[in-house]
Design a protein around this ligand. Structure first.
Ligand code: SAJ
Length: 416
């Protein structure tokens, strides 16, 4: 740990904030994690993580037991503030920066000369500067880089989180970090902090560029998946196996197409492209088209299931997986969940859901008498139609003979 960075205050103990707080505490920093949810605060103070992520529970328990991590509902004085709050979008797909505004309000009263603030939340271009302006309104006694330049007392930077759920603790340390300062000095100060615990390279730039880089990364992935999804629909139309086409096309040295699926879920890739579209609507034609393609995929799967179910008088449909991707429990914006909800609403038949990563069914499915959560064996035993929605490892090794005589819709290409 470098002198000057002893105390870190992490605002937002979600999927990025809590692992970051735990890593920093285990590296010897004194960390206060701040969250508006009292339940999250008390769980962390008991040494427990409030979501599942490999090795996180152990890290949190160790950090709390060593007295280097505590959670609170209010921010405290620190050397570094890391802002890791959500940035969702509104119903009309505009970025909602209200959590960032609240974070600024909570930091302002405890801000001191020499402090570093890094926004890690995915943000529309211009947010770091806006954050500096919000703080300056409340703290006229301090100088800020958007107004006072290199000599400002408070330093602000944007360093977008890039970690993949399921590999968060590894990627937080291993990935390269883009660090965009509101001034060059802000960027250098932030890099000096990250270099204390990141093994990847710290790449310095300005704040607006860093903000856009993060949005570009996720939009690129969204567009690549949309391309794969579009090819899969073309293949459906032509009666060709899409997986075979993509496997062979990817043998070209300069082609690297991602995998088709039932749609794009999660809280990032399905959301972040809209931040670019919002700031440059006329220019983001391809990005918008990709979003449309991916958003249409769940209904494409629903149509296939309807068609398959027609063959049976009282169809029993097994839906395998509810999470937004493989081997995690997170079902935010999950296309699998949307598909199951739509099938249930349509009254397509009896629905048997298998989700090894969840305890029960989420609302409103739990209240639907036509939907039951069962284990994999029971589902394969009873189903007429089997719909594979998530490529969980638990589904990979099933005896294919158990699918004989059933209508099978494998949206992930797991069983081909
Ligand atoms: N998906 C496909 N086909 C693929 C890959 C993914 O259909 O070939 C689907 C997944 O099933 C899932 C969705 O896309 O529904 C998103 O999954 P993901 O694994 O691509 O990404 P996320 O949302 O879990 O994490 C992404 C990552 N961004 C990139 O890879 C560019 C991660 O590094 C970011 O930190 C994260 O977004 C974030 O927080 O922004």
């Amino acid at each position: 740990m470098t002198p000057g960075f002893e105390r870190v205050c992490v605002i937002g103990l979600g999927y990025v904030g809590l692992p970051t707080a735990a890593i920093l505490a285990n590296r010897g920093f004194h960390v206060v994690g701040v969250d508006v949810k009292a339940e999250t605060v008390s769980m962390v103070n008991e040494g427990r993580a409030h979501f599942t992520e490999p090795d996180l529970d152990v890290m949190v328990r160790g950090a709390v037991a060593a007295g280097r991590l505590r959670a609170a509902e209010a921010a405290d004085h620190a050397d570094v503030f890391l802002v890791t709050v959500p940035t969702p979008f509104t119903a009309d797909r505009k970025p909602d920066v209200s959590f960032l505004r609240s974070a600024a309000q909570s930091i302002a009263p405890v801000l001191d000369d020499g402090n570093l603030i890094v926004i890690e939340s995915t943000s529309p271009v211009g947010t770091t500067q806006a954050f500096s302006e919000w703080l300056a309104e409340v703290r006229p006694d301090l100088s800020f880089p958007h107004r006072d330049g290199e000599g400002a007392q408070v330093r602000l930077a944007h360093s977008p989180e890039r970690v993949l759920p399921g590999r968060i603790l590894v990627e937080l340390v291993q990935n390269d970090r883009v660090i965009g300062g509101l001034s060059a000095r802000c960027a250098r100060h932030a890099a000096a902090f990250y270099e204390t615990f990141v093994n990847g390279e710290c790449l310095l730039t300005d704040a607006r560029t860093a903000e856009l880089v993060k949005l570009v990364e996720n939009s690129y992935r969204d567009a690549n998946i949309a391309f794969a999804n579009e090819i899969s629909m073309v293949c459906d139309r032509l009666g060709i196996d899409a997986w075979e086409v993509l496997r062979l096309a990817n043998r070209h040295p300069r082609v690297d197409i991602l995998k088709p699926g039932p749609g794009v879920g999660g809280h990032c890739i399905a959301v972040d492209p809209w931040f670019i579209i919002d700031s440059a609507p006329d220019e983001s034609v391809l990005i918008r088209a990709a979003r449309r393609v991916n958003d249409a995929m769940p209904m494409h799967v629903v149509a296939k299931v309807r068609e398959a179910a027609k063959r049976f008088d009282s169809p029993r449909v097994a839906c395998l997986g509810l999470s937004y991707k493989a081997d995690i429990e997170d079902a935010r914006e999950s296309p699998a969940l949307r598909i199951v909800e739509t099938l249930a609403r349509d009254g397509i038949g009896e629905i048997l859901v298998v989700e090894p990563h969840a305890g029960g069914l989420p609302a409103p499915l739990d209240a639907d008498p036509g939907v039951t959560k069962v284990d994999l064996d029971a589902a394969l035993e009873a189903a007429h139609v089997v719909v594979l929605l998530v490529d969980h490892r638990a589904f990979a090794g099933i005896d294919r003979a158990r699918l004989d005589g059933k209508a099978v819709i494998d949206t992930r290409g797991l069983w081909r």
